[in-house]
Write a protein that binds this ligand. Structure first.
Ligand code: HEM
Length: 221
C-alpha cells in the first residue's frame, strides 16, 4: 500500500484564510504553481473561444454562481477530498501508472505529493470560476503538463512521458461523483447541492476539453 494518506498538503492552512489571501499565498508558496505568472505561454484559444465552448455545453452564469457558492463549502475540506481522489487513483492500476517512477516501477511518492498541493489549489481555482486570460493561460499550461514535453518537468520526476487523453475526460465522473457528498456536508439544500454538482461536472469537463489542445491534431481543436 502506498502512503497516500500521508501525502498531506498545506491546504488546511489555506482554508482558514479569506479566498483572496489564500490565492495570493498559494501563488507564492506552492512549488510549481505558476497561475498568473508572466512566464506562462499565452493560450492558443481565446476568451471568445471559451464563451463559445461555454455556450455549447450549457455552462451558464447560474452555473458560475453555483461554482462560487461551492467554494466556502469545500475550502476546509480539500484535504479530505484529495484523500478520496488520490485513493481512487492509487487503487486504479490504469491510472497510478502515470505516476510511476521509471527506475523502480513503483508510484513516485514525492511526485504524487508535489502534484497534490497544486491539485488542492485547483479545487479552489475551479470554484472561483474566474475566467480571465490568466486562467485561460493556466488551462493551456495544465494541458501541457499532462503531456510530453512538459509532464514531469515541474517536479523533476522520472516518470512516463504523457497521460493518455482518454483518461482525462473519463476522470470527470469519479472526480465529480465523489465530490457530491462533500458539497452536501455544510447544510446546503438538496436543490443547491444538485446545482453545485451539475456546475462542477460542466466545469471539470470543460477544463479537460481545454487541456486536450496538445493532444489534438493541428487545426482540429
Ligand atoms: C478531470 C480530470 C483531471 C483533473 C481535474 C486533473 C487535475 C490535475 C491538476 C490540477 C494537476 C496539477 C496542475 C499544476 O501543475 O498546477 C494535475 C497534474 C497531473 N495529473 Fe491530472 N487531472 C486529471 C486527469 C488526470 C489523469 C486521468 C491522470 C492519470 C493518472 C492524471 C495525472 C496527472 C499527472 C501525472 C500530473 C502531473 C503532471 C506534471 O508532471 O506536471 N491527471 N492534474
Amino acid at each position: 500500500m502506498y502512503p497516500l494518506q500521508l501525502l498531506t498538503a498545506s491546504a488546511l492552512a489555506l482554508a482558514t484564510m479569506t479566498p483572496l489571501a489564500a490565492s495570493a499565498q498559494a501563488a507564492t508558496s506552492i512549488p510549481g504553481y505558476t497561475y498568473g505568472q508572466k512566464s506562462l505561454a499565452r493560450a492558443p484559444y481565446t476568451l471568445q473561444d471559451l464563451e463559445s465552448l461555454k455556450k455549447a455545453m450549457l455552462l451558464s452564469d447560474e452555473d458560475l454562481r453555483y461554482l462560487r457558492m461551492s467554494k466556502a463549502i469545500l475550502a476546509d475540506q480539500t484535504e479530505a477530498i484529495l484523500d478520496v481522489w488520490y485513493g481512487f487513483v492509487a487503487s486504479t492500476p490504469e491510472l497510478v501508472v502515470f505516476f510511476k517512477n521509471n527506475k523502480t516501477g513503483a508510484p513516485d511518492g514525492a511526485y504524487l505529493s508535489a502534484v497534490r498541493k497544486r491539485f488542492g489549489q485547483w479545487i479552489l481555482d475551479t470554484a472561483d470560476a474566474n475566467y480571465d486570460q490568466a486562467w485561460l493561460d493556466y488551462q493551456y499550461e495544465i494541458g501541457l503538463r499532462h503531456t510530453s514535453p512538459k509532464k514531469n518537468k515541474t517536479d523533476k520526476a522520472d516518470s512516463v512521458p504523457s497521460v493518455n487523453f482518454r483518461y482525462l475526460s473519463a476522470l470527470t465522473i469519479p472526480i465529480t461523483t465523489t465530490l457530491k457528498p462533500f458539497l452536501a456536508k455544510k447544510g446546503a439544500s438538496a436543490a443547491d447541492v444538485e446545482k453545485m454538482h451539475a456546475a462542477w461536472v460542466k466545469s471539470v469537463l470543460m477544463q479537460s476539453i481545454l487541456w486536450s489542445y496538445p493532444y489534438v491534431r493541428d487545426g482540429r481543436f
